[in-house]
Structures are given as C-alpha cells and as structure tokens.
Design a protein around this ligand. Structure first.
Ligand code: ZN
Ligand code: ZN
Length: 126
C-alpha cells in the first residue's frame, strides 16, 4: 500500500462517521484531491473502502465492515446529505436475522451480510 493510501485508511479508521473527500482533505492536509479520489476508487475496488451514496453531491467513504468488525447502520439525510453511523442494536439484528432466514428459505439465496441505510431528514433539516 502506498503512503497516500495508508494515510487515507488512517483517516477513515479514526473517523466516527463516513467522510466526504473535502472532509478527508481537511483532516489530512497535503493530499491532492485527484490522488485522494483515485486512491479511494482503488481501495473501494479492493474491498477496503465502502462508498455511501447520498443525494448530496459528495459521496461518503468509510472502511469496510469486514476490516473494522464494527457492524453499524447509517442515517442518510436526503436534504443535506449528512450521514451518521448508528450502532446495530441486538433487537434489530435478531429481528432481521429471522426475516432474512425466511427470505433465504423462500428464494434459495444465501445472505452473508446486510447493509441498512435509513433515508430521511436529519435533526437539522426536519
Ligand atoms: Zn440534513
Ligand atoms: Zn445490521
């Protein structure tokens, strides 16, 4: 991994929520926007980084859950594009696993993991 890619992974590891490219550039000065964008694409293709798409002009990036082991969901604001992490609750995960088992049984699909983005309006926008 090049120095710039390692720096990107460091920034995302320290973040408490998914970050836009401008936020990454703000946190880690000295990186060029074009190189950050290019490296995020490479890291995404390698499965290291996950992109969260919003209505906002800027996509958000975070480390893949496979690497962090921190299962969580997202609150995505359709007005301002803000994205917040919410911890997965035991109750929700249990209900979901029951529902997913039923879906797998009826479809023949084998679900390995899930991603949940709750889309709506953040506290500021509502
Ligand atoms: Zn908002
Ligand atoms: Zn979950």
């Amino acid at each position: 991994m090049t120095g710039n890619r390692a720096a990107l992974v460091d920034v995302l590891r320290d973040a408490t929520r998914p970050l836009t490219i401008p936020e990454i550039l703000h946190i880690r000065g000295g990186l060029a926007q074009s190189s950050v964008y290019r490296n995020l694409v490479v890291l995404e293709q390698a499965g290291v980084v996950h992109r969260i798409v919003t209505n906002d002009e800027h996509a958000r990036f975070e480390l893949a859950e496979d690497l962090t082991g921190n299962h969580h969901h997202h609150l995505v604001c359709s007005e301002c594009g803000a994205v917040e992490d919410v911890p997965a609750s035991a109750g929700l995960e249990a209900s979901l696993h029951a529902a997913v088992s039923e879906i797998d049984r009826t479809t023949g699909f084998t679900t390995e993991r899930h991603r949940i983005d709750l889309v709506g309006r953040c506290r500021t926008c509502s």
